[in-house]
Ligand binder design. Structure first.
Ligand code: HEC
Ligand code: HEC
Length: 168
């Protein structure tokens, strides 16, 4: 009796484990990155410089190698010039490298001449498969890169499903 009970317990635990592993997947492939909360140690210069044209994207949304490509190509940053003085550039580069270390995903190449995007990663496309193409283009949204339009806590790294609200 005791043996079959432990077997049942083991099977139940295995099932819970499976359900949990499936938690961060939606459809096939593309686990959403973890540790998206912004560290209290984030340098002020990152917050100001990298949020002047869009929100400062939480570092763990991209792997370290992708951020290095960003920092190497600020002169032509999606058609904008986002260059910094050498000191600020080093501070931001070092911060992004350390703060994104938990992201072990491969670097996904974007269009030629563009640094890697968050919005073209497999997990991003998976998690947003229910958002129609015309919704992204709404005036109130503009592009998929405008996370805050639908995720009000995005600048704090909060993308919880419960907080999602798509503007008209
Ligand atoms: C002068 C304006 C400007 C500044 C400053 C700037 N960016 Fe950008 N960034 C852009 C534009 C424009 C895009 C493309 C947005 C789009 O496609 O809707 C972009 C896109 C991005 C994306 C890709 C978003 C996606 O589609 O996944 C990342 C990542 C990014 N920027 C990081 C940074 C970082 C890091 C800094 C600070 C070092 C920075 N940006 C500073 C203008 C800027
Ligand atoms: C048009 C609105 C919209 C925009 C813009 C948007 N998202 Fe989302 N996001 C959603 C919806 C809808 C979901 C799915 C919620 C669900 O499954 O219930 C989602 C889900 C997510 C999830 C998964 C949440 C979870 O708990 O698993 C993450 C992470 C995420 N988005 C990140 C981003 C990032 C990063 C950006 C910007 C680069 C962004 N989103 C831009 C609408 C949006």
């Amino acid at each position: 009796m005791k043996t079959s009970y432990s077997l049942l317990l083991a099977a139940t635990l295995a099932l819970i484990g499976l359900a949990h592993a499936d938690d961060d997947e939606h459809g096939s492939g593309g686990k959403r990155p973890k540790q998206l909360a912004i560290s209290a140690k984030a340098p002020a210069v990152w917050k100001t410089e990298c949020s002047s044209c869009h929100m400062a994207y939480p570092p763990c949304l991209l792997p370290p190698a992708a951020w290095q490509q960003h920092m190497d190509t600020l002169k032509n940053h999606y058609g904008s010039n986002a260059t910094l003085d050498a000191g600020d550039e080093k501070t931001i580069r070092d911060f992004l490298r350390v703060a994104s270390a938990a992201n072990k995903q491969p670097v996904v190449r974007a269009k030629a001449g563009e640094p890697p995007r968050i919005t073209t990663t497999a997990w991003f496309i998976n998690k947003h498969d229910e958002v129609r193409a015309d919704v992204w283009r709404r005036k109130s949204i503009g592009s998929a890169a405008n996370c805050q339009a639908c995720h009000s806590g995005a600048d704090k790294g909060d993308f919880d499903e419960d907080g999602v609200s798509i503007p008209r």
